[in-house]
Design a protein around this ligand. Sequence first.
Ligand code: HEC
Length: 296
Amino acid sequence: MNYLLLQVETAVPEAVSTGLFDALSPLEKLLFTMILLVLFAGGWSIMNLSNSLVQMQKARLLAKVDPEILKEVGIEAVAPTIPWWKKVYDRMTDYVPLEKEQDFLLDHDYDGVQELDNNLPPWWKGVFYISMAFAPIYIYAVHFSDYAMSSREAYAVEMEVAAEEVKAYLATQKNAVDETNVTYLADADALSNGKIIFDSKCAVCHGKEGEGGIGPNFTDSYWLHGGSIGDIFKTIKNGVPEKGMIPWKSELRPSAMQEVASYIISLEGTSPANPKDPQGEPYDRSAEETEVTSSK
Ligand code: HEC
């Protein structure tokens, strides 16, 4: 159903030029036609009901008048001939005249409320049978053929589309970087921003040239918490508080953490004066798309 709604919604702009009906899929056209038929039948029933009420009232009034007088004014029959539409309508509703109602009365009585054993109106049964016939078509189309999507499939498709949209949106958001989508920034601007941050906030523990101190050496290819840009970003963001590396997420914007992470990576392979011994596991950066450029 969701899928159906989505289809109709997305079809609307197109419909302005081509007509709403053309924009619908055949299955939706069938459903739409059935809904129209039911609405039409409903409107038609109401119209006829009020018509026959008027006719009944007329007959009741005329019955009180002397037939002789009626003849003089030119009205012949007191009981009007039943028009064709009334006959069709009566057949559609399985109409039972008032005087025959006694035959249908059930023999129970609730505080004076009695029950008639009327048939269901044929128009109602018709709609019911049509929907019964439609059900297998719908089930087949939605669940067993490639023709229409089941709500599960439609949901999956919508989620995929939404994920793409989120990705596209995040790409436009500089500060929306996180450890899952962060990339190495090779441009000189970003790296010099990274250096400014590093010098003012990180150098105390990691050394002026990244040679290490309280914190690990950044000029070797060994990493305690992973050497990919994502891992480094994550370490900077969340820190390793129990080991003395504070989390920086409340102090640095994501774009700043991306810049300083890129700067740290750019230090790899440089030769500072007093390097701290390598710690952790070696990380092979050659497999990464983002090559460290010589912009340090
Ligand atoms: C108060 C000292 C201190 C400061 C300031 C500091 N760090 Fe650290 N940092 C550490 C320590 C200690 C570790 C090692 C944690 C461990 O042993 O798990 C570390 C680890 C790291 C690591 C992980 C290294 C690896 O081998 O996995 C990165 C990346 C890092 N710091 C980046 C930064 C950045 C960027 C800044 C500045 C914004 C910064 N640090 C500021 C103390 C510090």
